[in-house]
Design a protein around this ligand. Structure first.
Ligand SMILES: Cc1cc2nc3c(=O)[nH]c(=O)nc-3n(C[C@H](O)[C@H](O)[C@H](O)COP(=O)(O)OP(=O)(O)OC[C@H]3O[C@@H](n4cnc5c(N)ncnc54)[C@H](O)[C@@H]3O)c2cc1C
Length: 470
């Protein structure tokens, strides 16, 4: 089997490398930074375990559990405390539990009677059939009304994408919503009927999927995958250029890791969209890679604070709270981290992980840590009754955090499809193509490994095709 170059040692690249290696395909992984995991960052200090990127993996596909087992991590997997299921949305400047049942919905104070009526009318609103690509805001206004958008969906979009519902595209960012409307004519009907079909496929809806982490945090997964790759992982090695000669690819880096001019039968790009825009490919593809610089990644700061239990009035029992823009707070939302996983804080303490910035307030994310701690503490004081000084504080700034699947994003996905067609042996995978969540990235890594292995099995025809195109 000829060798494969993988660019990026985030979870996508490491998953792809792990599965290719298991299939007997030699791999070399190039990572621009000095560490593995990409945006995953866990820190253990003073008895706290803090997560700055993703906090949990959602088990939306059987491939996720399989990876954990294949990596030998079953015994280190940690499922959250089942009591920590409640989710809160802020309204009237306080966290209110999200209803978990139809009766709960009818009685919740989260929505006015008018908004509840709008939701009950949803099954009778005709599906849009004119093919217009709607933003999330347009879609929700049409089907569920403005109040539901302002007080629920806006907060959800900030929590998932750090995004703006007026810019994100329904079919690109929340494709399942669009499919529900197309297939069942209604979100509510589709939610019920679609559940049966997902069950048949062995899939779970994102809101029902089990979530988990590991004993020492999420960083365990990329670290163990990286260990299995050994010396074939080259840190501090940003790939700047790809060159194709016939069916062979060579990789040029601007950093430490040299591969001695090795030739690869395939290259898998698992980096970020904005770095893809800087990559030089020779011979130049007919498509211009610089267009990928248009993909917006707003900045986000993750602020992890620890407090003495008695210094927080709210029980913080649950997953966390989402905060809609209309409520006027600076933080986007907070995860009750030590309620989910008790080992996140020392006994008698709790950990709260808050996010600042995103599309809502991009300028706040880059504030110095002390200012971030202060604004987060102030919001938590009003919302959760936090008093006293934090017993732990640390923040991480992501200047480019999460790609925004805006209206028209399909264009970039089409370009990637075209590039894969015109440059055989070049593959794209990861959060900028196949969904922004950690689980989407893992599934993308699994799938690209299969696609590359399949490509490897047809070397003669592919090589001829590549020579013709060269
Ligand atoms: C603050 C934050 C919170 C999040 N929370 C959640 C959550 O709770 N749940 C969830 O499911 N998801 C969450 N996500 C999203 C999820 O973590 C990511 O989508 C996923 O980890 C992306 O993995 P990836 O490997 O595709 O990309 P990345 O993690 O971005 O890794 C890409 C890697 O490629 C490297 N690279 C780029 N260009 C080059 C190059 N030219 N040469 C070499 N290396 C290169 C980069 O240095 C990086 O290490 C969160 C993301 C952020 C930022």
């Amino acid at each position: 089997m000829s060798s494969v170059a993988i660019i990026g040692a985030g979870i996508t690249g490491l998953t792809a490398a792990f599965y290719l290696k298991r299939q007997g395909v030699p791999v070399t992984v190039f990572e621009a930074s000095g560490r593995v995991g990409g945006v995953i960052q866990s820190l253990q200090r003073d008895g706290y375990l803090a997560e700055f990127g993703p906090n949990t993996i959602l088990e939306t596909s059987p491939k996720i559990g399989q990876l954990v087992r294949d990596a030998g991590l079953s015994s280190r997997r940690r499922d959250p405390d089942p009591k920590a299921d409640a989710r809160y949305v802020v309204r009237y400047k306080r966290p209110i539990p999200m209803p978990g049942s139809p009766l709960g919905f009818l009685t919740t104070e989260l929505f006015s009677a008018r908004a509840k009526l709008a939701v009950l009318r949803e099954p009778f609103i005709p599906a849009r059939r004119d093919g217009k690509e709607e933003s999330i805001a347009e879609f929700v206004q049409r089907r569920l009304g403005q109040e539901f958008l302002d007080h629920a969906i806006d907060a959800l979009v900030a929590g998932v994408y750090a995004g703006d519902p007026y810019n994100l595209s329904v079919p690109q960012a929340f494709p399942k919503l669009k499919q529900l409307e197309e297939r069942y004519g209604s979100l509510i009907k589709g939610q019920i009927l679609g559940g049966r079909e997902r069950k048949k496929r062995g899939e779970v809806a994102k809101d029902r999927a089990p979530k988990f982490s590991f004993d020492d945090g999420l960083q365990v997964l990329p670290q163990v995958l990286a260990d299995s790759i050994g010396d074939s992982l080259k840190l501090n090695s940003p790939v700047t250029q790809l060159r194709r000669r016939g069916a062979a690819w060579t990789v040029q880096t601007s950093g430490e890791g040299s591969d001695g001019g090795a030739e690869y039968s395939a290259v898998v790009y698992c980096g970020t969209a904005y770095k893809l825009a800087e990559l030089q490919v020779e011979p130049s593809p007919s498509l211009d890679l610089s267009v990928f610089s248009e993909i917006r990644y707003p900045p986000v700061a993750s602020v992890v604070l620890g407090f003495r239990r008695e210094d927080v009035a709210h029980s913080c029992q649950g997953f966390g709270m989402l905060i809609p823009r209309v409520e006027g707070f600076k933080i986007l939302g907070t995860i009750f981290s030590s309620s989910l996983f008790p080992n996140r804080a020392p006994a008698g303490h709790l950990t709260l992980t808050s996010y600042v910035g995103g599309e809502r307030f991009p300028h706040l994310a880059s504030l110095p840590p002390d200012e971030l701690f202060a604004l987060t503490c102030e919001d938590l004081r009003v919302l959760l009754g936090v008093r006293g000084k934090p017993t732990f504080q640390h923040s991480v700034y992501y200047p480019k955090a999460i790609p925004q699947y805006v209206v028209g994003y399909g264009r970039y996905r089409n370009l990637m499809n075209e590039l894969e067609q015109t440059a055989p042996g070049l593959f794209f995978a990861g959060h900028y193509r196949e969904g922004i969540s950690l689980s989407d990235s893992i599934v993308s890594g699994c799938n690209v490994a299969d696609r590359v292995a399949q490509f490897q099995r047809q070397p003669a025809s592919r090589a001829a095709e590549a020579r013709q195109l060269a």
